[in-house]
Structures are given as C-alpha cells and as structure tokens.
Design a protein around this ligand. Structure first.
Ligand code: MGD
Ligand code: MGD
Ligand code: SF4
Ligand code: MO
Length: 761
C-alpha cells in the first residue's frame, strides 16, 4: 500500500486478496470486454449504438448526446466506459423467444436476475390474467380498455412508479397525467436512492442537485468521495480523479470497504500512463463503520475548530445556523466520535488538514451516504463541512451528489416526485386552469405499505423493477399481489414481471430503448446538463413496440379527452418540450432545442458565488446528532448462544457487473467474489464465529435468511459485511430515514453462522 494512504483498517486492506484478484480497478479486463463485445457478431450494432447521438443508458454522469457517443459535456473525447457497452449489449439482444412465455409462470419464477435479463428483449405486449398460469398476447385495444378503466378509479387508489431510464418527455407526461387525474402518487426509484440528497440540499441551499459542473470539478484540488464506488458505477468520474491527482490534488475516500479501484485505477482514457500501471486514486482512505459518517464529519469539523481552520468570515456572510453547528462539534467528545465511526482521531485530523489546506474542495457522495436511517443528517454533516471551510459557492468547490440512473435527475426535475416544487405546481395549475390536489402522494416505500394494506387498485410502472428494488421481497410480492391491475412498461423482462404479479391483470408493454425512439427526447445528467437524443430504430424485426410517450399520451387522452391539454398532439415530443419550457424552472432553453440542437446547463443550479437559492441567499446549516449504532444480539434473531455466530452491519450494494436489479455477470473479480451468493467479511470477524474463508454460512436478517452463502475474506472493516442486491433484499425489513423515506440498505443488521455440513470442497 502507498505510503500516503492511511486507513483505520485493522489489516492491510490489500492483503486479503487471492492471486486472481486484480491489484487495480479498471485496467486490461476493460479492454478485453470492449474487444469481446465490439468484435462479436453483435459488434456492428453495438458500434452503431455507441455512435448514436444519445446519452449513455447507464449512469447519470451523462456521456453522449449531440456531440456523439464518446463526448462529455466539456467536449472531451474518449469518454465512454465499459458500463455503457454492457448496458447497450443487453438492449440489443434478440427478442425473447416465444417458447419462453409459453412456460407457466411458476417456471419463469425459477429464473434469477441474470437469467431473466438474458432472455432477450420484450417484443410484444402480454397479459397475465387472474387465475391463469401463463402470460398471453394482448391487443392494444384491450390494453387501453383495461388501462382506462383501471385509472378511472378514485385518485387516492391509483399510483405510478418509475425508474430514471426514460426520457424527460415521458416523465413529464406521466406526472401530468397523474396530477390531472388528481393523484400525487408518483413513486420513483429516487425514493430508494438520492431522495435524502434532494431533501437535504434543498433545505440547505434551496436547490436540490449538484452545485458543481463538470468544468468546475476540473478546477478542484481536493475531492472527498464518500460512500461511492465510481470505479464500478460511474467510471468516467475516475478520469476526473486521475487528472486531479496529476495536477497535485488530493482524493479522500470514505468507505468501510477498500474498493480496489479507489486505491488504484487503470483508465483506458490514458492508455499509456494509466491503463496498465494504474493511477493512484486515494490520498487518504478512511474506513468508518457503516452508518457512522455523521460522526466522522463532526470529527473533521472538530479537528478544523481545534486547529483554527474554520472560515468564520465566510460563515458570517453567507450562512445561517453556523453557531449551533460549531457549538455542537465542540460539545461532542472525541471519544463519542471515534467510538461511533471507529476511525482513529489522528486519521480524522489528517483528513481535516487535507481539506483545510486545499484551495477548492468538492464533496461527492452516493449510496453509502443516502441509504441510511439518518441519511439526511449525513447530507447535512457533509455540507456543513463544506460550508465551515468556505467550500460552497466558488469555482472548483461544492456539494456533488453522484446521481444514479441516466435520467433519474430529469425525472425529479419534470415533477415526478412526492415533493413537488411550489413553482412547478403553480405553473401546472395555470396550464390546466384549475388547482391540483394537495393530498400528499405515496413515495416508493409508502406505496408498498399502502398496497400491502389493500389501498391501491391500479399501478403503472414506467421502467424499473419495483419488486426487486425494495427491501423485504416477501412483503413486496404480497403487496403487489393486492393491486388489481399493474402495467409494466419495460424493455427487458425482469424478476418483477414474474413475481410482482397483480391480483387481476398484469400487463407487460414492450417499449423502445432510448436510442430507438421514433422521436427526439431529452435527458438530464447529474451535472445538470440537458442532452438531446436523436431518433433511432430498433433491431427487433416484426416487433410490436411502442414508445413510452405514445402510450402515455394515448392513455391520458382516453382518460382526460383533449382539453385543456391536447394529449395526442403531444405525441410529437417537441410540443412536450414547449410545455416543459413553460412550466419547469431552469428549463427555459429546452423550448429552442428543436431549432438549435443546443444542449445546455440548467440555469440556477451551479453555484460559483456564495449566493444560494434560499430566500435570504444564505445557506442554512443544521446540527447533526451522532447516531446510536447498536446492533441487535444473536438472541434477537432467535439464534441461541450455543451456536457460534456474529452479528454484522451488512452493506447491500452493487457488484462490478450489474445494473441495479439487472445482473450482467455473476462474479465480481475486483473484490475477489466468485458468484452472487457470497458474503464479504473481515477475517477476524469470521474467525470470531468459528468461520473461515470459503465456509458456507447462513445469513439471517429480520425478514428472512439466505443459506449456503459462501464467505469470502475481503478488505472490509471489522464489524461490516457486504452482499449483493437484489438477492439480499429477502433478508430484511425496511428501516427508513424519516425525512426522505429512503431505506437503510447500507446498514442491515444480520447474523452470520455456519451452515450445517459447511466446508466448500
Ligand atoms: N455499472 C453500474 N452503474 C451504476 C449502477 C449499477 O448498478 N451498475 N447503478 C446506478 C445507480 S441507480 C446508482 S444509485 C449508483 C450507485 O452507485 P454507488 O453508490 O457507488 O453504489 P453502491 O454499490 O450501492 O455503494 C457505494 C459504496 O458505498 C459504500 N458504503 C456502504 N456503506 C457505507 C457507509 O456507511 N459509509 C460510507 N462512507 N460508505 C459506505 C460501499 O462500500 C460502496 O463502495 O450507480 C449508478 N450507476
Ligand atoms: N438492497 C438494496 N436495494 C436497492 C439498492 C441497494 O443499493 N441495495 N439500490 C436502490 C437504488 S439506488 C435504485 S435506483 C433502485 C433501482 O430500482 P429500479 O430503477 O426500479 O430497477 P432497475 O433494476 O434499474 O430496473 C431495470 C429494468 O428497467 C427496464 N428498463 C431499462 N431501460 C428502460 C427504458 O428505457 N424504458 C423502460 N420503460 N424500461 C426500461 C428494464 O426492463 C429493466 O429490467 O434499487 C434500489 N434497491
Ligand atoms: S460514466 Fe456513466 S454515463 Fe459515462 S459512459 Fe460510463 S456509464 Fe455511461
Ligand atoms: Mo439509484
């Protein structure tokens, strides 16, 4: 390990890997993957799609668009990663063979996530009717009949769920259709994801997205990367970190797991200096207990205070509530801080010093921060630290949530949210000439709870996998089975289509992927940049696909007629963009995009001056209580003391080769994990329960257990363990952050003990 990397890991983080585990993230395997796919029979189609003028399907870093498939928003080339190849390869598969759906649903339920995706593309509409054992074809006329009567129910009993893969236009139409119906039940995958960032940043800065543009990031000399693994999930961000280190900047990684790609990453964008040797990423690597980041950040604040590094003038001029934040850091003892986060004081001081000595610090985070029971406090504590050091509202600095799905942020901007902005509400009311319902809507967790209580009749899912994305898969399945009609709009089959079955009618509607739509669409990156996606064609012959826009406008027309909104005219998406320009703040320029083709940064979101979007233009600061992180005891799981066991804080997250609930490859070679039914643990923890590397164990939570799980020794801190979702979602019930509704997927109390007859031969 490099000398300037510190860690509170109790063993050398890299010492646990076996010979097959690469010693850097990225590197040659990426090129191997590119070569395999681009030279394969589907290679021509893959290249055509990579070069298509549309945004990458995968993450919200937002590569692609009008300047071509390989260009980022500052115009730099060679910005397309293997993850986009993976996502495209999965969408250009052949159609699902008809024999597949000729099987009874009980057979289809045997498939795992990997197998479900490998079935191919959905290519004709299907229905599973009450009492029937098979999906069967359905005509469009019948679909619209069923859908129209399903959504003509009481507005309180209808709902939507969406996943941020679709376009802004589809998102806008979805929320408009639902709100005109009188329903605010617009659950979205962001409820399981960055809702705490949206909520927390809005409270503090009056604006709920990243305040840092890509260009600004390129002026930073320090990035604090918390609870994010961009080496897997946002690979092009790694290029920015490599460049930052090259210009003498620092990267402080905060993560209970030593992610190899955050230690060293080989990027194909720099074939000579980085790809093979790898570039050093982390300058400092801190490994807190899962769920304890508030303690770590309060520790950093305390260290800054004790060394006189707080920017008091800045606080006085540009913030409110700072005195209480400082008083609270002062009053919190080092003992409380270090016992909670389990990072040594000296390491915390080192991080504080690195932040204080930098000119412009970006604070970036993802799911390790948001998927916690105190996630909004996590956001507050990070942003407080940014403000205490004057690192918000200046070039090269600020708060940067690293967003998930490629258009998840666009969905929020378009009003697909239960926390609709007042300005949008007023603009929509003007548009439709009457007031909208003020009844609070269901977010994703409350939708599942409401369905489970028999309060939902009809649900439309625009993409995603509501069943597998939720905690407590047993509850999710039961809840969905109490809904009369569920309509899934999807490109490919997933577990939700086989397990998330409605009481009466489950309809699957096959839709075009982003690069296939017969009309232009737009998407928004996590850096607040709006992309224009060109029209395209599908490779599927004789398929009966529809665009999301066409389906939603036709359904809305049948529900609402053609006044005050001419829904059928909106099938031409340029008219949707006109409505967006009129009603969505910051999106004015979208009104001209059809004429100019000009992609743009949304106004009012990037802060280069410390004047924020709050009424006083000052940032509001909030005190963040230190979390109490007790884990239950073995007896609480019903496991007797006579069985050797250990209770861990289980992190459930992504492997190297999956996109959310969709699994592309079964192993995760960068973490040395051979297949999906594994748990990554620290050797000392394993041994304390009489277990060893490759033992077979049972992992049990408060909702279920997984058996024959292979234990893998890894570079993870003591007390924590890691498993993959969606499989791990059978284990636990949702603990949610009360302000954002987001489940604590990253700190699941679980007990691990030996499987009877356990050793792997
Ligand atoms: N290839 C690919 N790209 C993706 C996705 C994908 O599935 N595959 N998904 C997309 C989506 S929707 C999202 S939201 C993002 C997700 O991107 P990430 O947030 O990077 O993904 P995760 O694997 O959920 O978790 C990130 C990290 O949080 C760390 N962590 C866990 N608990 C804690 C904690 O308590 N504190 C801290 N500091 N760290 C912790 C984990 O060890 C892990 O390294 O990626 C997007 N991009
Ligand atoms: N335990 C645990 N659970 C988690 C998480 C975790 O870290 N741990 N992460 C959470 C997070 S961050 C998220 S975002 C959610 C993800 O939850 P979702 O967004 O609900 O799930 P995805 O797996 O991304 O959805 C995949 C499906 O989307 C469909 N699809 C793909 N492209 C399109 C398109 O263009 N249009 C349409 N209509 N459909 C399309 C395909 O059919 C595919 O099967 O999971 C959450 N659940
Ligand atoms: S970083 Fe994200 S947006 Fe860019 S090419 Fe990779 S997956 Fe696509
Ligand atoms: Mo996400």
């Amino acid at each position: 390990m490099d000398a300037d990397i510190t860690s509170s890991a109790l063993t050398d983080p890299l010492s646990e890997k076996d010979e097959q585990t690469p010693d850097l993230g990225g590197g040659l395997p990426i090129i191997g993957y590119w070569a395999k796919h681009t030279l394969a029979p589907e290679g021509a189609k893959l290249w055509q799609t990579l070069l298509h003028k549309s945004a990458c399907l995968s993450c919200a870093w937002g590569t692609g668009g009008q300047k071509g498939g390989f260009t980022n928003e500052t115009g730099e080339k060679l910005q397309r990663c293997m993850k986009s190849v993976e996502a495209i390869a999965s969408e250009i598969q052949p159609p699902v063979p008809s024999v597949v759906f000729a099987q009874p649903i009980a057979e289809l339920q045997q498939l795992n996530s990997y197998q479900a995706d490998k079935l191919g593309r959905l290519s004709f509409p299907m229905i599973l009717r009450e009492g029937k054992s098979h999906y069967e074809h359905i005509s469009w006329a019948e679909i619209y009949d069923i859908a129209t009567s399903a959504f003509n129910k009481s507005p309180a009993r209808v709902a939507s769920y969406s996943s941020g893969r679709s376009s802004n236009e589809a998102a806008y139409l979805l929320q408009l259709m639902m709100r005109v119906l009188g329903s605010n039940n617009l659950a979205d995958c962001s409820d399981l994801c960055h809702a705490p960032s949206t909520f927390g940043l809005k409270q503090m800065f009056g604006s709920s997205t990243s305040m840092v543009s890509l260009e600004n990031l390129q002026h930073s000399d320090c990035v604090v990367l918390c609870g994010a693994n961009p080496a897997y999930n946002h690979p092009r961000l790694m290029n920015e970190l490599i460049k930052l280190r090259d210009r003498g900047g620092k990267v402080i990684v905060i993560n209970p797991v030593v992610e190899i790609g955050l230690v060293k990453f080989g990027s194909p964008a720099f074939p000579v200096k980085s790809l093979l040797p790898g570039s050093e990423i982390a300058s400092i690597y801190l490994q807190p207990m899962p769920g304890s980041d508030v303690a770590l950040f309060v520790g950093i604040q305390k260290a800054l205070l004790e060394t006189g590094k707080i920017q008091t003038q800045y606080l006085q001029a540009h913030t409110e509530g700072w005195e209480a934040v400082i008083a609270s850091a002062k009053a919190t003892s080092w003992e409380t801080i270090t016992q909670t986060c389990q990072v040594a004081k000296a390491d915390i001081e080192l991080a504080a010093e690195a932040i204080a000595s930098s000119q412009a610090v970006v604070f970036a985070w993802a799911m390790g921060i948001t998927q916690q029971e105190n996630s909004v406090d996590n956001i507050f504590s990070i942003a407080n630290t940014a403000l205490l050091t004057g690192n918000a509202g200046k070039v090269g600095a600020g708060t940067m949530p690293i967003r998930g799905h490629s258009n998840v942020q666009g969905f929020g901007s378009m009003g697909v949210t239960v926390q609709l902005k007042k300005e949008i509400q007023a603009a929509l009311e003007k548009l439709i000439g009457r007031s909208l319902s003020r009844v609070p809507g269901y977010d994703t967790r409350s939708l599942i709870e409401a369905a489970d209580a028999g309060k939902v009749d009809s649900l439309i899912c625009v993409g995603g996998n509501l069943y597998a994305a939720n905690p407590d898969s047993t509850q999710a399945k039961r809840a969905l089975s109490k809904i009369e009609t569920i309509i899934y709009l999807a490109t490919k089959p997933n577990l939700g289509h086989f397990h998330g079955l409605a009481q009466k009618n489950t309809i699957i509607i096959p839709v075009f992927a982003r690069f296939e739509n017969p009309h232009k669409t737009t998407t928004e990156s996590g850096n607040n940049f709006v992309r224009l996606n060109d029209e395209g064609k599908t490779h599927l012959k004789d398929a009966d696909l529809i665009s999301e826009v066409e389906f939603l406008t036709e359904l809305a027309y049948r529900l609402h007629g053609d006044t005050p909104i001419d829904w059928r005219q909106l099938q031409d998406t340029k008219y949707v963009r006109q409505l967006i320009a009129q009603t969505i703040p910051g999106y004015e320029k979208i009104g001209e995009i059809d004429a100019t083709g000009e992609e743009f940064t949304i106004s009012g979101r990037i802060f280069e001056q410390p004047k924020f979007a709050t009424p006083s233009q000052k940032a509001a600061m909030f005190v963040t209580p230190i979390p109490q992180l007790e884990l239950p005891k073995a007896q609480d799981f019903g496991v007797p003391n006579t069985i050797p066991s250990i209770v861990v804080a289980l992190i459930t997250g992504r492997s190297y080769s999956q996109h959310n609930t969709v699994v592309y490859q079964l192993d995760d070679k960068y973490r040395g994990i051979p297949h999906r039914n594994c748990i990554l643990m620290h050797p000392q923890d394993a041994e304390s329960a009489g277990l060893s590397d490759r033992s077979l164990v049972t992992v049990q939570g408060d909702a279920g257990k997984l058996e024959n799980v292979e234990l893998i020794y890894g570079s993870i801190r003591l007390g924590a363990a890691l498993m993959f979702y969606p499989e791990a979602n059978v284990l636990f019930k949702a603990k949610i952050d009360r302000r954002s509704g987001t489940p604590a997927f990253k700190r699941v109390p679980a007990i691990v003990y030996a499987q009877v007859n356990s050793k792997v031969s």
